[in-house]
Design a protein around this ligand. Sequence first.
Ligand SMILES: [Zn+2]
Ligand SMILES: [Zn+2]
Length: 334
Amino acid sequence: MRIPEKMLAQVLQKAGSPLKEMEMPVPEQGPDDVLIKVHACAVCRTDLHVVDGELADPKLPLIPGHQVVGTVVRRGTNVRVLKMGDRVGVPWLGSTCGQCRFCKTGRENLCDNAVFTGYTRDGGYAEYTSADQRYCFPLRGMGDELSTAPLLCAGLIGYRSYRMVGEDVARLGIYGFGAAAHIVTQIAVYQNKRIFAFTSPGDLEAQEFARNLGAVWSGASTEQPPEELDAAIVFAPVGALVPQALRATVKGGTVVCGGIHMSDIPAFKYELLWGERTLRSVANLTRADGEELLALASKIPVRTEVQVFPLSKANDALNCLRGGRLRGAAVLRI
Ligand SMILES: [Zn+2]
Ligand SMILES: [Zn+2]
């Protein structure tokens, strides 16, 4: 396959400004890198936080996108496991140092020196991307590119958040019913959990979407659920939901914040936390999370609902996400 020297990419030149379609050089590979012809890249709320300047110090100019599905078309000199033509997924965790105390204790998601795809290294809003093969996931046997792409962050972070609530949870609340929630709901229902879905007040369409996926109840985030929850996950980037979720959760239960950025959490009475409730966040992913999730998703199987945009409409996809006008996940077809 002939690889051109230039490619089209959607580029962030300055935080707070829209992406610009530009011709960029096809990236070079280091010894552990593979060049990937991108077929699909799902759009994550984190992309929005990067573009809007809510996350500090992105690489600039930057090609965003960290839910990439594509084919290996060139290999660095050290690449052995991945073969030419292999279909792979590229997630948010681009590489880690392997040396810090977090890497050495099985917590590479917290690595002090991690590199993140589409944030501190160029990502997949482009015709080609380069990725460290050791952090790519082989995607043999998975579904088509467009429906697989959202598993790579919405699915992965959703799954990590879901694992953190503990195994013996029967009644699980989910605040914010977007891409991650629609994947987690399918996993949780498969594992016989009862899902209570909370959306923005008045978002009846998202509430119906949740019930169609098997939620036993859905309603506005300002409502109390009909039963006490054993645990809750907050996917919406809205700090005011944290005391709401604690209020809805039973003694001993856990509330997990799944997002990378959240508005400030308002002060709340200690009694909401009292009773051994746990409040925690989830940061990034480990490669083990990815292997587990992808195996589980193909076994269930998880069916993602996607809204497809061409690469040239990346700004439209981001705007739809910003405005809450998506059902499931936005995916760029490239
Ligand atoms: Zn490290
Ligand atoms: Zn993401």
